[in-house]
Design a protein around this ligand. Structure first.
Ligand code: ZN
Length: 322
């Protein structure tokens, strides 16, 4: 018995190097440049902070982009507008990741690569939530359209000076987009005011917001609500508006009175304050409605992106390792 054991062990010992070699050679994948590229893109995951549920989700990049597109743009928009939106969402994500990687202490209010709160980062609507919100019919007709848009521009990033851009966007401008410097204070070379007067074709381009003078006094916390001087940004929005001797920025008034944009005129009619507002959103970068009009007129997604993000270039297969 003992002898047999020794013989078996002896053969096993002889075979060991061969066995180890076989296992490793067989398990190890064949590496070709194409496979490496595929692995890079499929292995690129996004850590998404679901703000309402207060939890993190680890997602394949493609799934994140699908959900961001579903959350940010109607599937009924033309395909070239949808593609421009995907590239903008991807570039925004890359820019945010890079900024956080370079300034680890500055996580912009939450950990993870990005969150699903459109007021903070970008909206995100995964397939199951999209079907629940819009119905199965919507899902069946729209999901393939969104998937196709994502696939056609997957891995394409918008760059400025070889770096991914902060590709911010908004629903519709008030006729012109705004310089980033006029809205957030810091100059950004690719976020400049451009003509987008075709936004006026949108059904909900104009809106009004009315407040009694009493409400206005309460909101502003001051008795005197007489209107003074107004200054405008290059894009035509309110830079500052004097009310009762006090100067407010357009952004402050937009926030205080929940206006759809800073592109407004304010009038006092008898004892009512009337804001007449154009456009919707911060008006910086790509106008989503403007992009859809340009796409309807035959412009390609690249042309739309280069128009709204001044001086940028498009890079294919951009999968940096963070
Ligand atoms: Zn966020």
């Amino acid at each position: 018995m003992i002898k047999k054991h020794w013989i078996a062990l002896f053969f096993l010992f002889l075979l060991l190097p061969y066995l180890i070699l076989t296992i490793f050679v067989e398990v190890k994948p064949e590496k070709t440049p194409q496979k490496e590229e595929e692995q890079k893109s499929s292995g690129f995951t996004v850590t998404l902070y679901r703000s309402e549920q207060n939890r993190f989700e680890e997602l394949p990049l493609r799934d994140y982009l699908w959900g961001a597109l579903a959350g940010e743009m109607p599937a009924s928009y033309p395909k070239e507008a949808l593609k421009a939106q995907v590239v903008a969402c991807y570039s925004y994500l890359l820019h945010r990741q890079k900024t956080v990687a370079e300034h680890p202490a500055q996580n912009f209010g939450h950990d993870g690569d990005i969150c699903d709160n459109p007021a903070h980062c970008k909206a995100y609507l995964p397939p199951d939530e999209a079907a629940a919100r819009y119905g199965e019919d919507w899902y069946e007709t729209s999901a393939p359209i969104l998937s196709q848009a994502v696939d056609e521009v997957f891995g394409q990033a918008l760059l400025y000076d070889q770096q991914p851009v902060n590709a911010v966007f908004h629903a519709m401008s008030g006729g012109y987009t705004e310089n980033a410097a006029d809205v957030w204070g810091a100059e950004v070379p690719y976020l400049q005011s451009v003509d987008s007067n075709w936004d006026k074709k949108a059904k909900d381009f104009s809106s009004t917001a009315e407040f009694s003078l009493d409400e206005m006094r309460e909101i502003l916390g001051q008795q005197d609500c007489s209107l003074g001087a107004v200054t405008l940004t290059e894009g035509g929005s309110v830079a500052t508006q004097v009310i009762g001797g006090k100067s407010y920025t357009g952004r402050e008034l937009r926030n205080l009175f929940s206006l759809r944009s800073t592109r407004f005129t304010l009038n006092i009619e008898e004892d009512t304050a009337v804001f007449s507002v154009s456009g919707y959103g911060h008006q910086v970068g790509l106008s989503q409605h403007g992009a859809s009009i340009l796409a309807e007129e035959g412009y390609q997604y690249q042309e739309i992106l280069f128009y709204y993000y001044t001086g940028t270039t498009l890079q294919k297969d951009y999968y940096p390792s963070f």
